[in-house]
Design a protein around this ligand. Structure first.
Ligand code: ADP
Ligand code: MG
Length: 308
């Protein structure tokens, strides 16, 4: 608001026919329907105060109010984009202030929501997945119904169990997680979606800067944890027992849900997890499978391969 006031003042001072212009502007401003209404609501304002505040009133008339002249935040025409002027009277003086406009509030809310999805190495198309795009075909009806059920419950309280989607490569398992993350975002719930092979790499890389515990904590405490493609990571006994095991243990105790996708069903995954460089460790793998069962419910997905 400053720039317009000072430029206008300077212009008025320089202008030879200052008086004529002043009268012209005064008439224009005082005949503006919004100003008329404002003044009629404040009949006690003195002529002197009105004359003194003419520049503020003029500024008010030039600005878009609550987006009435702009289509979106991006196309805001106001001096301070995203802010809308308001006139009010305080101690018999006219005051002009600015408040955030609807578009700016919406824009900020969207940005805030975007932050709710923490994804690590997930393709963009997955992050843009929407529930509406999910084709409700026979083969995936169960998975979608379970997902909708979870969302319904999450509206009142976050359920303690997520889902374990298993099925062939390309049936849309990861896509479902993306759509779920976007729906949860609307409820203000954050999701952490990570591709399992990257999870292993991420933890290994954290040795260098001593951030391992911090990273593990982050996965333990996320509202909703989504582990994409479990079984596809390089199998390591240490990662399985110390990292995955402890994250799942924590979430099981705290009743926090975990979602998984996998090309393996739980029996096949057990074999996969058992086989590491350290030999075949069925008991330890069985312990992980038990925890997966505690934090999620298995759902099989069939259908055509959607990868072209
Ligand atoms: P999976 O994780 O089971 O291997 P993806 O979720 O990666 O499969 O899906 C394979 C491909 O199909 C991806 O390119 C994904 O964007 C697309 N896709 C999956 N489900 C849908 C859907 N319901 N609508 C549109 N595209 C989909
Ligand atoms: Mg996938």
């Amino acid at each position: 608001m400053k720039p317009i006031q000072s430029t206008l003042k300077a212009w008025m001072q320089k202008n030879e026919s200052f008086k004529d212009n002043y009268v012209k502007i005064r008439n224009e401003v005082l005949n503006d329907p919004e100003i008329k209404e404002f003044l009629s609501l404040h009949p006690n304002l003195s002529q002197e105060e009105i004359n003194k505040s003419l520049i503020k009133l003029y500024e008010y008339t030039t600005q878009s109010k609550q987006c009435d002249q702009c289509a979106s935040y991006g196309s805001c025409k106001n001096m301070v984009p995203g802010y809308s002027p308001i006139l009010h009277v305080e101690k018999d003086e006219i005051r002009l202030s600015y408040e955030k406009c609807h578009s700016r509030v919406m824009y900020e809310k969207e940005r805030e929501q975007q932050k709710l999805i923490q994804s690590l190495h997930v393709p963009k198309e997955i992050l843009q997945a929407s529930m509406v795009d999910i084709i409700n075909d026979e083969s995936r009806i169960e998975a979608i119904a379970e997902l909708l059920d979870f969302l319904d419950q999450a509206k009142t309280k976050l359920p303690s169990k997520g889902l374990y989607f298993h099925g062939q490569f390309g049936v849309g398992k990861t896509y479902l997680l993306g759509a779920l993350a976007n729906e949860l975002k609307k409820l203000g719930l954050s999701s952490t979606l990570i591709y399992m092979p990257e999870f292993v790499r991420e933890i290994k890389a954290s040795f260098k800067d001593d951030s391992t515990n911090e990273k593990i904590d982050y996965f333990k405490k996320a509202d909703v944890l989504m582990l994409d493609d479990i079984g596809a990571e390089l199998q390591s006994a240490w990662f399985r027992d110390e990292i995955l095991g402890s994250v799942l243990q924590y979430r099981m105790m705290e009743r926090l849900p975990v979602f998984f996708t996998s090309n393996y069903d739980l029996e096949q995954l057990e074999l996969q997890l058992a086989t590491t460089k350290s030999g075949v460790e069925s008991v330890k793998a069985g312990r992980i499978i038990e925890r997966i069962r505690q934090v999620s419910k298995p759902v099989k997905m069939d259908g055509p391969n959607r990868r072209f």
